[in-house]
Design a protein around this ligand. Structure first.
Ligand SMILES: [Zn+2]
Ligand SMILES: [Zn+2]
Length: 308
């Protein structure tokens, strides 16, 4: 089984509480680390979880409200102080790079590593990153300022080789890569050996959608449909619906409704207003619509590969 986990580094909204930092999450897909949002205190949460900063090569920032990126400058600086030379890819709204550059400029500082900035298109969903294992794209959200979520999708995995059959048919090693992709094998005499005789079905592929600050928005359903795990903010309960509408946030009931309509397997709610000292009211409200709901808690790990 390949690894696919979500580590919650911050689950509070605008300001931190004793147990909750502002938003940040670390996604681990096959031991590649992707940092999503970087609220104040993220470095300490990474340290507490024994995550080496230098293993992060991609950072995604949803929008430019401080509770989603005020920890970024400190993290960039620490990577520099630790002697990083590997390039860091940073994805976020176009103005983000200006904020970083002005801070470096006034400090007369330059980073020891290349910072490669990719401006996100906050109007239209797009692919931000792709390799042989994963595709990462944006989810356009509706908030007070331009904001995107991020969709992490594992690609279809290679078929598993049936070693016994490979030996039985004397398949040469050079052919194995193509066989893993599903191709049949043709012998020198022109005999076709079907792929189904040589392989087992591949492992399932998983997906995770991170929906940062947003008002209730059914337009995202197409993009996040059928994901294994959905994170959706739930800043308020229905009791404070008016406040949610005014601040362009969601209630727990709304987050759960999106989960239900998107046919996801599991929902995490987070970004809780600090007016709620007991989060059970949020959890119960969400569960009344979508039973498989969990609360984001700092330092908690969700295993996406166990959410089928
Ligand atoms: Zn926020
Ligand atoms: Zn916000």
């Amino acid at each position: 089984m390949t690894k696919f986990t979500v580590l919650i580094l911050g689950s509070a909204s605008a300001s931190p509480t004793l147990n909750r930092n502002p938003t940040s999450q670390l996604i681990n897909i096959s031991e590649q680390y992707y940092l999503v949002d970087c609220g104040e205190g993220t470095q300490l949460r990474l340290r507490a979880n024994k995550i080496k900063f230098q293993r992060i090569n991609h950072v995604f920032i949803s929008h430019l409200h401080g509770d989603h990126y005020f920890g970024l400058m400190g993290l960039l600086q620490s990577m520099h102080l630790l002697g990083r030379t590997t390039a860091l890819n940073l994805y976020g709204p176009p103005e983000l790079i200006k904020v970083i550059e002005i801070q470096l400029e006034v400090a007369k500082s330059t980073l020891s590593y290349p910072l490669i900035f990719h401006a996100t298109n906050t109007e239209q969903s797009e692919v931000l990153y792709e390799d042989e294992k994963v595709v990462i794209s944006t989810i356009v959200l509706k908030h007070k300022i331009p904001c995107t979520g991020f969709l992490f999708k594992e690609k279809e995995k290679p078929r598993k080789i049936n070693i016994e059959a490979i030996n039985k048919y004397s398949i040469p090693k050079y052919a194995l890569n193509r066989i893993k992709k599903g191709e049949d094998f043709e012998t020198k005499t022109g005999e076709i050996i079907r792929n189904s005789l040589l392989t087992f079905n591949s492992l399932p592929s998983f997906s995770y959608a991170f929906c940062s600050d947003t008002s209730y928005n059914e337009e995202i359903i197409d993009t996040i449909k059928d994901v294994n795990l959905l994170y959706h903010e739930a800043t308020f309960t229905e009791e404070h619906l008016e406040r949610a509408i005014k601040t362009r946030h969601s209630t727990a009931r709304e987050a759960a409704t999106i989960a239900l309509k998107s046919n996801v397997n599991q929902l995490i709610i987070g970004h809780f207003s600090n007016r709620y000292t007991n989060l059970d009211v949020l959890l119960e409200e969400a569960k009344s619509i979508f039973e498989n709901t969990h609360l984001a808690e700092d330092n908690k790990i969700f295993d996406v590969s166990k959410t089928q």
